[in-house]
Design a protein around this ligand. Structure first.
Ligand code: ARG
Length: 460
């Protein structure tokens, strides 16, 4: 009979298939570091409070340190019979240090232990994700600065709308990522609460000091309600929400990069090192990174939905359903970190085809608003100016011309408010320069965004 740590009230060992079904060691072993750090802090507190002896405490600490080294060197055999990371480590500890190991679990349950480990894990990984977001933001700013005066079409409905600076477009991505960063900051704050000491659900009969454990493990606060401490998974749902929104952003960026590097657009070229070819078509160079990130977004959103659905119907306090919080969380962490790291490289290696971007602006009517604005500045009501500009576009389409090609006579026949300065007023560069309202696409406004960005990057 497999010797379970909770085997006392049982007369039969667990069915083998059930054993495997209910185990979490296959995936929760990645929290070994948090589990050991948490146990060390717990043992230290138990000793300080006179619940275990100092001698037992140092045996426990040394034993745990040994186990940590074994795991790190790959010398630790995780057993599925011992269900999870908590019991694998505790069992090994007792095997090596004897009775003192059996005292470690005093005033503790796996319910508050797993909550502690997961809080610590999410806290650490949240900080890691934040760092990667900052690096990607840095890559966007660098690319924006490198091509700071490049003009491209801005789109609505994926139809050319008004000329913009490419750098303005890059800085829009920067802004999206700033909100992601601050969302993860919120996740960190609400994850930074210490659950240990809640026991199984109701607290403990021992005179523990929870604040001591919180201080030892650098937590800002302690859960004030033991039922809440063991059943709260908000910080996981929040992490998954923040991760989903971040992935949605990366996915929108991906979508643009995918069509920007298609032959039809030819706006950017990705580094060969960041693309793959086709096994059949020798000419192909595919933007796999962007496609994969777009694809993986669905997977992360799926993990969020799974977690929300898991928690939705659960009564307080701990239920085994909660063990389902981990795989989706871990996969999300891996996916988000990998995607961010890969994207920073992709953006740093991306070359912009300035000529094609400018050509796309010149060979269209995206200066039609500027034509209307010109007339408004000469005194015409905007609504009438819109109609005149629309007629000018119609005339051009019929005569196979662009607005810049119209002669002075042709302009005059549309409105006598037109004079020689109209040609300058509708040049792409003028259209961009003139959009100087706060947050607009003018070089001055983009410069302002660079300064704001530098401030953000320096202070995070
Ligand atoms: N492996 C469990 C989890 O991940 C740990 C807590 C189990 N507690 C219990 N009473 N079965 O949630």
């Amino acid at each position: 009979m497999a010797e379970q740590l909770w085997g006392g009230r049982f007369s039969k060992s667990t069915n083998e298939m059930i054993n495997e079904f209910q185990a979490s060691i296959q995936f929760d072993k990645r929290m070994y570091h948090e589990d050991i750090a948490g146990s060390m802090a717990h043992a230290k507190m138990l000793a300080k409070c006179g619940i275990i002896s100092d001698e037992d405490c140092s045996k426990i600490t040394d034993g745990l340190q040994n186990i940590l080294e074994q795991i790190e060197h790959g010398d630790f055999d995780f057993s599925i019979d011992l269900e999870d990371i908590h019991m694998n480590i505790e069992k090994r500890l007792t095997e090596t240090i004897g009775e003192a190991g059996g005292r470690l679990h005093t005033a503790r349950s796996r319910n508050d232990q797993v909550a502690l480990d997961t809080h610590m894990y999410v806290r650490r990984e949240t900080a890691a994700v934040q760092k990667l977001i900052l690096d990607l933001q840095t890559a966007f700013v660098a690319t924006a600065k490198k091509y700071s005066d490049t003009i491209m079409p801005g789109y609505t409905h994926l139809q050319r709308a008004q000329p913009i600076l490419f750098s303005h477009h890059m800085m829009a991505y920067f802004s999206m990522l700033s909100r992601d960063f601050s969302r993860f900051k919120g996740v960190y704050e609400r994850c930074d609460i210490m659950p240990l000491g809640a026991g199984a659900l109701a607290g403990t009969t021992f005179p523990i000091n929870r604040q001591m454990v919180a201080d030892e493990l650098n937590f800002s606060a302690v859960y004030a309600n033991s039922l809440d401490a063991v059943s709260d998974r908000d910080y996981i749902m929040e992490f998954l929400s923040a991760a989903s929104i971040l992935m949605v952003h990366l996915s929108r960026i991906s979508e643009e990069i995918i069509f920007w590097c298609s032959r039809e657009f030819s706006f950017v070229e990705l580094d060969d090192a960041h693309c793959t070819g086709s096994s059949m078509m020798p000419q192909k160079k595919n933007p796999d990174v962007s496609e994969l990130v777009r694809g993986k977004t669905g997977r992360v959103i799926g993990h969020l939905m799974a977690m929300l659905s898991t928690v939705k119907g659960l009564p307080l306090a701990y239920n085994k359903d909660l063990q389902e919080d981990k795989e989706g969380l871990f996969d999300t962490i891996d996916t988000v970190k990998f995607s961010l790291a890969v994207y920073a490289q992709l953006i740093r290696g991306m070359k912009v085809n300035k000529e094609n971007m400018l050509k796309a602006v010149q060979e269209d009517f995206s200066n039609a608003t500027d034509l209307a604005d010109y007339l408004v500045k000469k005194g015409m009501p905007f609504r009438s100016a819109h109609a005149v500009s629309g007629k000018a576009v119609h005339y051009c389409i019929e005569h196979n011309k662009w607005l810049e090609d119209l002669t002075m006579d042709e302009f005059k026949s549309l409105s006598d408010l037109f004079s020689e300065d109209i040609h300058e007023a509708i040049k792409a560069q003028t259209c961009v320069d003139n959009r100087n309202s706060y947050g607009g696409t003018s070089p001055k406004q983009v410069q302002m965004q660079f300064e704001l960005a530098q401030n953000i990057l320096n202070n995070e």
